[in-house]
Design a protein around this ligand. Sequence first.
Ligand code: ZN
Length: 269
Amino acid sequence: MKYCRFSIENRVCYGAVEDRNGEPWIVSLIDAPEEDLACRLSSAPAPAGFQPMPLSAARLLPPVTPSKIVCVGRNYRDHARELGNEVPAEPLLFFKPPSSLLPPGGIVRMPPASARVDFEGELALVIGRRATRLSADDDWRSYVRGCTIANDVTARDLQKKDGQWTRAKGFDTFCPVGPLVSDEVDPASGLIVETRVNGELRQHGSTLDFLFSIPALLTYITSAITLEVGDLLLTGTPAGVGPLAAGDRVEVSITGLGVLGNTVEHQSR
Ligand code: ZN
């Protein structure tokens, strides 16, 4: 099952996505998941007589409405080393605020406070079942609804300057996500994560190269933090991170999940 979230006739909708001749199409409307209360409680009428449309023609929204976005730093050996960091002995966690979410096609706004804003292409997991203190014996797959693509946009200079990462990782527009959520891909089988800037390949990694596996991450995270339905987990970025400039187009692609494309501009004020 693949689904997206989009707006049509000023109403937020969810759509089932299927491939037609190699291109993803929204084929039907589906109920909003339980965490999207705003959509479920909306009094706006559902559009009647929905006609299937290509995903590329839809006004896409982030396909997630998380209560929190939990992120893992340095989960690929080569990326830890490229920034001069030790390979961590335990997962390194941080948050991005839900206010940083940006839809596919949205504009990443580089804030005046930063002189270096980097891309970080990442596999993201959507939690499908409330998870507290999981153990290694638990079936992690039963807690994950599906996978999507995220770009963990980072003000690299502020990450160093601030001593912690809240601002550097948390600016508005710094978490592009989408275009869809899928349970038809298996991260444990090796998904290829690639990032291109203006068409040039900049990152290429495989989820087989995670330092900490998904069950190890979920066990570690939920020993401290309950993951709610709809929460988003960013699993870290492979080597090759680098700066973005105004006018750039950045695209993150992952096997079976399509392409998350965004443009970059200066924040106007
Ligand atoms: Zn990251």
